[in-house]
Ligand binder design. Structure first.
Ligand code: ARG
Length: 700
């Protein structure tokens, strides 16, 4: 049966490393010897002749890589898909190969222009002809795969190559007789490795290591039980023999200089073909993005997201705004190897504000909640950005926007209610939006632009210099003043450091002057504030003199005990026991506060909510409708609050630790300002600035 195998080769009369189109060619220009190449090629020819009939195509002057006939096209039965080379350096080979295929009576299929595909170098049949493995990522375009499926009537499994050294599928992947597979897993992305593992059972997989891989061991010609290759390690040879194969080495070093070896030098012209349903799981979607695309860097972000997610793209249309302030529109065709990868990419693109072009016809997918507090597997996880979902032909706005929730849809007598809900709050009778269809988010690219150019340049330096702190404080004071005067809402999130650093008197002023409309924190800030007010110390340190007080370590416990006796902070104020401090001011000025407990809390104070679900709900209630959130040195509570806050709310995060500030700014909110400084100092500057403003106002 082996004599039925026919292979096309091309003698290396004009072979040469003339240019660089893969990493192997680097540094090898004109470094190959034609005589040695000729000798190596002849030896390969001789070895193969024993097992197959070798056909030859006339080599052509000026096309040195034509020896690599694997790249001529892909043959299956009477059909051949002609290659469309990615690099101009090889495109001139196409007509010669086309001629040869036509002269042999094949039906030649030609891919659309600008859709690269490099033939059998990037597409390898399962040796029983059950399906076709097709590579993409460097030379062949993912979008060529559906054509292969259609023209060759075969199932196509797309594999993504990620290592430049293994730029063609046949450099790192070699299906063998009886369903075996010789391959180098490191050349593929995670998803492709998973696909390989799904199709090829473990006992049939021969995974090689890098040393064999760079010797082009995967670039083998397999005929029946023979495996012809450049070179293999002893252990690889052993593995092959153990599985009933005979490895035959024939040195091809001269061709390695051009990035090819045994398999590249051959094209099998009669491939086994089993009838199989022609399918390709490759998916396509066209998305649109709009806004200040160039300034904001959004286009890059979108394209990076597609590629990093395992897909590929084509920019279909890009209308640049005529003036600097005009917005631009881009349409991008996204391709992915299958629907899972597509859903993943689309989910991320939607979060970037992309809309699907055919959005009006695509409805959001809803799945009923079958267990209270648990979402269906594929639920869409929400972001901080305003979101809409398409239900019954209408775009409905999601209420209660926050990140890390699910979108719940409830039917009520007055219509559908679409809400962002935490997973634990989902109820039977509701449905949840799954997948990424029929969802759109609105991102304000103007703000992205502004943030990128102004606020973050301030952040850019990492630690802010004093003058910069002053500048940013001026801006915040201005904002606070305006928000207060128009009846807006400011929420302060504060950690105990505010008290330790002497910030308490300033925070008191802010509360008294009506700048604070809710206070959020933990047990500690209240405890230390009360300790200071009752005993003049904060965690046992005298706040006037800055030294530890004898027996001071008990002070905070005494403070807790006193409040516990009163029943609540408010009672202590009412009974005239607590007469100053942050908590006192809150009670006096009816500023609602919420204290969320934690595992390390002493006491706790009777006001501290140790039920965290309750505490989260309380925080969420107090944040609602806020215009600005001032986060003062509390990593835990600030991040908690950040997670609940929708885009559009200004966040000012002050911390001496740059990592905390960065973490908060990185959550994707573009309206956040980070200030790396001592919080006591910050508050003092802020009060000074507000005083100045008041002076100005008063004068007017
Ligand atoms: N220099 C050629 C190129 O980069 C080598 C082709 C190797 N062929 C292959 N099927 N891997 O195109």
């Amino acid at each position: 049966m082996t004599d039925a195998v026919r292979i096309l080769m091309c003698a290396p009369h004009h072979y040469e490393v003339d240019y660089v189109i893969n990493p192997w060619m680097e540094g090898n220009i004109h470094r190959s010897s034609r005589e040695r190449a000729q000798a190596e090629w002849e030896q390969l020819h001789q070895v193969l002749e024993t097992y197959a009939t070798i056909e030859q195509i006339e080599p052509q002057q000026g096309w040195p890589d034509m020896v690599f006939t694997a790249n001529a096209g892909l043959i299956l039965g009477d059909n051949v898909v002609l290659s469309r080379f990615f690099h101009a350096e090889r495109q001139g080979e196409e007509p010669y190969f086309q001629q040869w295929f036509e002269s042999q009576g094949y039906k030649v299929h030609v891919l659309p222009k600008s859709l690269p595909f490099e033939g059998a170098g990037d597409a390898l049949l399962d040796r029983s002809g059950r399906w076709l493995w097709a590579g993409y990522g460097f030379r062949s375009e993912l979008d060529s795969h559906p054509y292969l499926a259609k023209w060759l009537d075969v199932e196509v499994l797309s594999l993504r190559l990620v290592d430049r050294r293994f730029y063609h599928l046949d450099t790192c992947f070699c299906p063998l007789t009886d369903g075996y597979l010789l391959y180098y897993p490191g050349a593929f992305d995670t998803y492709s490795n998973r696909l390989i593992e799904l199709r090829v059972p473990p006992e049939k997989r021969i995974a090689i290591d890098e040393v064999d891989a760079v010797n082009f061991a995967c670039n083998s010609v397999n005929i029946d039980r023979i495996v012809v290759m450049n070179k293999a390690s002893d252990s690889l040879k052993q593995m092959l023999t153990d599985r009933g194969f005979t490895p035959l080495e024939t040195p091809l070093g001269e061709f390695l200089k051009a990035g090819g070896a045994a398999k590249c030098l051959t094209l099998r012209v009669n491939e086994p073909h089993q009838e199989s349903p022609q399918t390709s799981t490759v998916q396509n979607r066209t998305i649109q993005i709009e806004g200040h695309l160039l300034d904001s860097g959004l286009v890059n972000q979108v394209l990076d997201t597609i590629v990093a997610g395992g897909g590929s793209f084509q920019v279909a249309n890009f209308q640049l705004g005529a003036q600097r302030l005009d917005t631009s529109v881009a349409q991008v065709k996204v391709s992915a190897p299958d629907s899972t990868v597509m859903a993943d990419i689309m989910g991320q693109l939607i979060d970037l504000g992309a809309t699907t072009i055919s959005e009006d016809t695509i409805a959001a997918n809803l799945v009923a909640v079958t267990q209270a507090g648990v979402a269906p597997d594929d639920f869409y996880a929400t972001t901080i950005y305003p979101t809409e979902v398409s239900i019954d032909g209408e775009w409905l706005k999601v209420q209660g926007q926050r990140m890390d929730g699910a979108i719940a849809v409830a039917n009520t007598p007055s219509g559908k209610i679409v809400r962002c809900k935490l997973l634990r709050d989902l109820q039977l009778g509701e449905s949840v939006v799954v997948g990424s269809e029929g969802i759109r988010t609105k991102r304000n690219t103007t703000t992205i632009k502004k943030a990128a150019t102004e606020e973050f340049s301030f952040m850019g330096a990492g630690v802010s210099s004093e003058r910069r702190v002053e500048l940013v404080v001026e801006q915040i004071a201005w904002d606070l003043r305006r928000i207060r005067d128009r009846g807006g809402k400011v929420v302060v999130v504060a950690g105990p450091v505010v008290i330790h650093t002497g910030g308490s008197e300033h925070l008191n002023r802010l509360i008294r002057d009506g700048y604070v409309h809710a206070l959020l924190g933990g047990n500690a800030i209240a405890v230390h504030d009360i300790e200071q007010s009752l005993m003049g110390t904060s965690l046992g340190v005298d706040m006037q003199r800055g030294t530890s007080v004898h027996g001071g370590h008990r002070h905070h416990l005494k403070a807790i005990n006193t409040i516990r006796r009163c029943g609540s902070i408010a009672n202590a104020v009412e009974q005239g026991i607590l007469t100053s401090g942050v908590m006192y001011e809150c009670v006096k000025h009816q500023v609602p506060f919420s204290l969320a407990g934690s595992i390390r809390d002493d006491g706790p104070l009777p006001d501290t909510k140790m039920d965290l679900i309750e505490a989260q709900a309380d925080y969420a209630r107090l944040i609602e409708g806020s215009d600005l959130i001032l986060m003062l040195s509390s990593m835990l509570h600030s991040i908690g609050v950040g997670n609940m806050t929708p885009a559009g709310v200004k966040m000012v995060c002050v911390d001496i630790n740059p990592a905390v500030v960065t973490k908060l700014s990185d959550r994707g909110s573009i309206e956040s300002i980070g200030v790396v400084t001592d919080v006591g100092l910050f508050l003092s500057l802020l009060i000074q600035q507000l005083n100045k403003l008041t002076g100005q106002y008063d004068r007017v």
